[in-house]
Design a protein around this ligand. Sequence first.
Ligand SMILES: CC(C)(COP(=O)(O)OP(=O)(O)OC[C@H]1O[C@@H](n2cnc3c(N)ncnc32)[C@H](O)[C@@H]1OP(=O)(O)O)[C@@H](O)C(=O)NCCC(=O)NCCS
Length: 228
Amino acid sequence: MFNRIKQDIQAVKDRDPAAKNTLEVVLCYPGLHALLAHRVAHFFSRRGLVLLPRLFSHLSRFLTGIEIHPGARIGESFFIDHGMGVVIGETTEIGSNVTLYQGVTLGGTGKETGKRHPTIGDNVVVGAGAKVLGPIEIGENSRIGAGSVVLQTVPANATVVGIPGRVVYYNGEKVPSINLNHTDMPDPVAEALNRLQEQIDQLRCQKMDCSQAGLRNGGMCKSGHENL
Ligand SMILES: CC(C)(COP(=O)(O)OP(=O)(O)OC[C@H]1O[C@@H](n2cnc3c(N)ncnc32)[C@H](O)[C@@H]1OP(=O)(O)O)[C@@H](O)C(=O)NCCC(=O)NCCS
């Protein structure tokens, strides 16, 4: 038990450059407080108690802003940075060395019963405000971008961003995506008008009209015909 608490404190020191010493971590990190409260609540929950662990979890939520259901299984060296608004559902399973930022939800979609929350692999990082929903798996070493909504299983060693979440890196390689940059799309109407304008210029030149245009453009009309 004490070994585990030491690991949890060390996880904060390892992963938050702002953490200066052990006393500061013990006193000022709501993620650590919520985790310790959860370890106690989970202990009672596994022994078949219902109300006492829920009360523990509820009190912890009141104090830290982090809601972890007593049934959730959490591995060693777990770190919740900042913490406020984190929700972890009853059937969530979390591996070792996992990091969550504030506002993360590991929740259900509302459609499933039984196992209805995600399974998070070792060394996963879930960015601020990300929602991981349903009984899906997040493979080890994967990263979920801040604000993403992930509804499908993610392979190991992947980076997922967006709504719905899509893999942008896999095994360190960038995954090519469709270019949806609408602002740079060709404008066929403008192109047709430009072509029309060029033809009009040419005709003007050919009809000797371009003597005036040539004067304006230094002896050449706009389409490149010499001043006639
Ligand atoms: C997802 C994340 C880990 C990716 O980091 P990275 O490996 O350096 O990836 P890149 O910055 O090269 O981004 C890859 C692509 O994903 C996009 N992207 C990155 N993060 C994104 C996000 N959160 N939402 C949407 N798109 C995102 C980038 O714009 C880039 O797109 P492009 O290829 O079209 O240019 C990181 O951006 C992130 O969100 N980390 C969470 C950090 C956090 O929550 N901090 C809270 C501190 S309080």
